[in-house]
Design a protein around this ligand. Structure first.
Ligand SMILES: [Fe+2]
Length: 263
């Protein structure tokens, strides 16, 4: 699997503090079936990281991993806060894409409104980037106004939800919303958003299986992320799965939510 969102670099944000910590996270990821990790440290007002620092740490991390049997490759990326993205120079944004492709991972606001998000996305798209929204299922703005997310997806935005959201690690509301987005075909990727080997841990396949979504694992964690990194013009075809069989279907947010299928 390819993990498109993981805080694996040491000493740069709220991920591991040391290279030993990075290696422990990578070992847990490998045990969960991940072979490629896109390092996505926060780029925000709190964590003022830049592309040169990230590139240097990615090289150091791969060199350290090469001396072990962990078998995980790290690519450069970033999780860019919405408010920070608007302030970055074009050259810097271009150096912060996921795995060197055209896509930027933008962190959804944890506020009840997302003022300026659509304008920001338009600006980024006009600059030649695609936008992948990180964990929209955890954003109160989208929980309150799912049609906003639906319209962004119809406009070409991709979404990456956190594996733990599907199994209740962020509470029942987030879980139901995540399953509803999945059923409404508004999700393109599931990533770990791991910060450590235990609490915010790596891995996606177990969570997808627990949620009854194992039929989408390959598409969500290999096909789509590979296409994103490679900058393919289109994503591989979405597998059709029977949501009647999905675990927790009975209390799915979708049943009571206003969304229809996006496609
Ligand atoms: Fe993250």
């Amino acid at each position: 699997m390819i993990d498109l969102h993981c805080h694996i670099l040491a000493g740069i944000d709220d991920g591991p503090e040391t290279m030993e910590g990075s290696l422990a996270l990578a070992r847990a990821a490998a045990a969960a079936g991940t072979r490629t990790i896109v390092a996505t440290p926060h780029v925000s007002w709190r964590y003022g990281n830049d592309s040169a620092t990230i590139a240097r740490l990615v090289a150091q991390t791969n060199a350290a991993f090469a001396d072990t049997d962990v078998g995980v490759t790290v690519l450069a990326g970033a999780e860019i806060a919405m408010s920070r993205a608007a302030d970055l120079a074009a050259t810097e944004l271009a150096a912060l894409t996921l795995g060197g492709g055209p896509w930027l991972l933008i962190e959804c606001p944890f506020t009840s409104v997302a003022i300026g998000l659509d304008e920001l996305i338009l600006e980024l798209e006009e600059a030649g980037h695609g936008v992948v929204l990180a964990h929209p299922e955890r954003s109160p703005a989208f929980q309150r106004d799912p049609q906003m997310l639906e319209s962004l997806v119809r406009g070409g935005v991709l979404t990456s939800i956190t594996a733990g959201s599907l199994v209740g690690r962020f509470g029942g509301t987030v879980r139901r919303f995540a399953l509803g987005l999945m059923e409404a075909e508004l999700v393109h990727n599931v990533a770990s958003d791991a910060h450590d080997p235990e609490q915010r841990r790596p891995g996606m396949a177990d969570e997808l299986r627990e949620a009854g979504l194992e039929g989408m694992t390959e598409w969500l964690t290999e096909g789509v992320p590979a296409a994103i990194i490679a900058g393919e013009d289109s994503l591989p075809p979405r597998p059709r799965i029977d949501f009647a069989k999905v675990a927790a279907r009975r209390d799915s947010w979708w049943r009571h939510g206003p969304l229809r299928r996006a496609s």
